[in-house]
Design a protein around this ligand. Sequence first.
Ligand code: MN
Length: 723
Amino acid sequence: MNPMANPAPVSTDDAPRYLISDLMDLLESYLEPGQVREIYRAYLFGAEAHEGQHRVSGEPYIYHPIEVARILAGMHMDAPSIIAGILHDVIEDTGTPKELVVSEFNEEIAELVDGVSKLTQIKFESQAEAQAENFRKMMLAMVKDIRVILVKLADRLHNMRTLGVMRADKRRRIARETLEIYAPIANRLGMNQIRLELEDLGFAAMYPMRYRVLSEAVRRARGNRKEILNKIESAIGQRLDEEDLQYRLLSREKHIYSLYKKIRDRVGSFAEVFDVYAFRIVVDAVDTCYRVLGMMHNLYKPVPGKFKDYIAIPKANGYQSLHTVLFGPYGVPIEAQIRTDDMDRVAESGIAAHWLYKSSSDKTGGGNNAQTRAREWLRELLEMQRNAGNSLEFLENVKIDLFPDEVYVFTPAGDILELPRGATAVDFAYAVHTDVGNTCIAAKIDRRLAPLRTPLLNGQTVEIITATGAHPNPAWLNFVTTAKARSNIRHYLKNLQNDEAVELGQRMLDKSLHNISSSLAEVPDEQIDRVMSESGFKTREDMYADIGLGNRMAMLMARRMVPADEEEKPVETGHSKPLAIRGTEGMVVHFARCCRPIPGDKIVGFISSGRGLVIHTESCKNLSELRSRPDKWIDVEWQSGIEGEFSAEIRVDVTNQKGVLATLAAEISETGSNIENVSIEERGGLDTALNFTITVKDRQHLARVVRCIRQLPNVMRISRSKS
Ligand code: MN
């Protein structure tokens, strides 16, 4: 069935039908009839979706997607890309849900359209050079399928071609974006033709006066050149004909924008830059390229040092060609590019050239997905470089751009931050400023509240909410990925540990002084300071911290402060006041994981060098092992009225029954306790042991939890586990 036999039921206007038939003719030249029919169906779908919409110029909206598809067809892109070109605005502009595109077409096409919409949504605001670079990287990073970029470039190209109807300020914004973002991306992908057109259109819209002056100068200069140009062209042609070669000889004129850049960057005056006669000679084989080079050097004298062999050593984007400069008649410089047809195609269309070339020769269908092809492209570039014996630096560049390990996100002010993949809102906060990181309490991602641990995605806008007096949380260390966040959190915790150690050390020393019937208040300051400097401390804080961290024995320090003859009572009466544990000394007082003491348990403290105090229950099995170091033990007790959350472990034996874990979990949270961890011991039989780590306030609270669980029908046994 000929798709053209179906009249388009979209518009009574003749023009769109002309456009679509134009596109169809082009497609039939290189695609299968079935594919062309499918594309026509996409056209009907798109026309219906855009029905009633108009462009600023007043023409029906569907003109634009058809033109985009035509640009893609001009590059011989595959059928899914063409369909994506036709549908590229339906999700963004007509509210057509992505699911509908999936059901009407397929997942692949829906992903392409969705990818283009996502790129359209991110807005480029800043003018900074570095920002533009990051923006380009962000765009490439957002793209899973490189065809999305090709569709987007075609979209931008058509928008630039029809920019004239826009308001002046909008025109300039789009033009700047084109020059700073899209043209360099096209360049990176080796798509020379598109890049040159984007640049000239962008330049014309950005600087209309300069553009007019320059093109006028070019028009005038062209007349003067004509004679010399013809003379050189026929001389070269004649020389090539003598050798009986198959060749194409093209004369090139510099594009306005590249002329402008050369003049702006003071490469030379207009005359110097423009009066270069540039030719391209395209031949069938690599060997012929070198032969032609020899002929050219024989015909005109080469300018020393200007010969470049990009065949042996291709450019980063895969460009290959021989370049040389010759002294022409009257001493005019002649630039010659010599390359094969294949190289010429790559030079014009870059990655897109590779595309069609692969898809037309490879009809097996295997390995057809776009990611594989993009990798294939890179692999072949690599191969080419390797054969050329050149460094692999180019590959690094291209690879980083196409499959980066970074994410690029916006600050609320529109600046772009580059973070490693997996970075979270906390990493972002520290990247903005250390103070922002240290006081952050929540994040808004794309205006929605999100947990601080949320990993960031490309293109998101992240806002950090801070509060004065807020502090970094040690738990952040479990998910931050940047060195800056990590070191700042550690630094803060170290300070915190120091503060807590000072406080604990002071209390430990005071307690030890009590044991020998004195106290910090009673010991004269000179005594304390004497012991302090004898022990090599500069300040009392340093001394207290060292005691608190367990590096110095509080008792020994106390004895030195109170001379023996002043001791009225024997040491270690056994009735001395134990050290009160408040449960808030998180950095220097640790609760042993073996027995997990909670308020109400009888406890003892073990001084651990450098860490501070470790609290065990008196009944802990590990105690016997540590009994041999009585000097390291310290009497401790819970401070009365202690508040906080403590971890306890319970073991529940249950009969295997569906939903038993859920029932238990619900019951536990009913009692105001949080579940921190659950592990399950399957024992193959009818029963299962569940180990819960839960948070409780004290022994009473734990007892309440146990009572509630015991009532449940499937629970056989319950005990507090002590490993
Ligand atoms: Mn568009």
